[in-house]
Design a protein. Structure first.
Length: 286
């Protein structure tokens, strides 16, 4: 099935980014949100403007893409003709399941239902859908217009056809894919980055090295574009902490290791409101 009509559920940074790359690839996009439409439109318009300013996208291409995107607070309108519906809301299992219940009722039965979750098992999200074979994980990375990876996650009942359509869609919007064949909480990338972030945090917590030096070591020694603690600050330390709880508390495929417990230093920073870039300070000051 060729994807030409995309519905995005959630108008935040991830949702607006998915809408942008889909529209630039020539698809018709409808973005649903019941509270954040103005911010979502602003995020999208600002992102397109930055790409035009950098010369990455022509003004004409940006205008054409913007014209293919519609924002709506009517979920039925957003999904009733879609080929794929991509949920991109916050990491809460109950919230995602409620969305998928509604997608199951309102979307065409041929449509692929995808979740942009970074940690929650797809099998659990799909459990509320009549036909879980059409549910798949499509974990994009922020900022979506710049990050090349899409982590495709197969739930226990995800069909080969669904996975293939999801791959073709991701590749058509310029992404490269890895496939997670076993539906484990945290998948591949979240488990890897949490392990690195938490060990880096423990090094700082123990007084072994400063956050600046730990990040510098990873940039210069391993070629990382950004150190793990700067990445945690960019993600939001509250989001990182919640990701830890999702990996530890959800999933039934393997026992989570003790190293997925967020170090106390992260808990303390979150309690102090030091959440990273969005609050002005975290492991670093901004």
């Amino acid at each position: 099935m060729k994807i030409s009509k995309v519905a995005v559920i959630g108008a935040g940074l991830m949702g607006s980014g998915i809408a942008q790359v889909s529209a630039l690839a020539g698809m018709q996009v409808k973005v649903y949100d019941n509270a954040d439409l103005v911010r979502g439109q602003s995020l999208l318009d600002e992102s397109l403007a930055r790409f035009v300013k950098k010369g990455t996208v022509t003004a004409a291409a940006a205008a054409d893409a913007r014209a293919r995107i519609e924002f709506t607070d009517d979920l039925s309108h957003a999904v009733r003709e879609c080929d794929i519906a991509i949920e991109a809301v916050f990491e809460n299992l109950e919230a995602k399941q409620e969305i998928f219940r509604r997608l199951d009722e309102l979307s065409p039965t041929r449509a692929i239902l995808a979740s942009n979750t970074s940690a929650l098992p797809i099998t659990q999200i799909a459990s509320v859908v009549k036909d879980p074979s059409r549910v798949v994980g499509t974990h994009f990375f922020s900022p979506v217009p710049m990050m090349k990876l899409c982590e495709l996650v197969r739930g226990k009942e995800t069909s080969d056809a669904t996975l293939q359509v999801a791959r073709e869609f991701a590749e058509s919007i310029g992404k490269e894919c890895i496939v997670v064949n076993r539906d484990i909480a945290g998948f591949v990338t979240t488990r890897l980055i949490l392990t690195l972030m938490f060990e880096a945090a423990r090094l700082v917590e123990s007084g072994i090295a400063t956050a600046e030096d730990v990040d510098l070591a990873c940039r210069l020694g391993f070629g990382h574009a950004m150190g793990p603690l700067a990445t945690a600050d960019l993600t939001g330390l509250d989001v990182v902490k919640n990701g830890s709880l999702n990996v530890l508390g959800e999933g039934d495929t393997i026992e989570p290791a003790e190293h997925f417990l967020a170090p106390q230093i992260i808990n303390d920073l979150v309690a102090q409101g030091k959440l990273g870039r969005k609050s002005g300070s975290g492991f670093h000051t901004y």
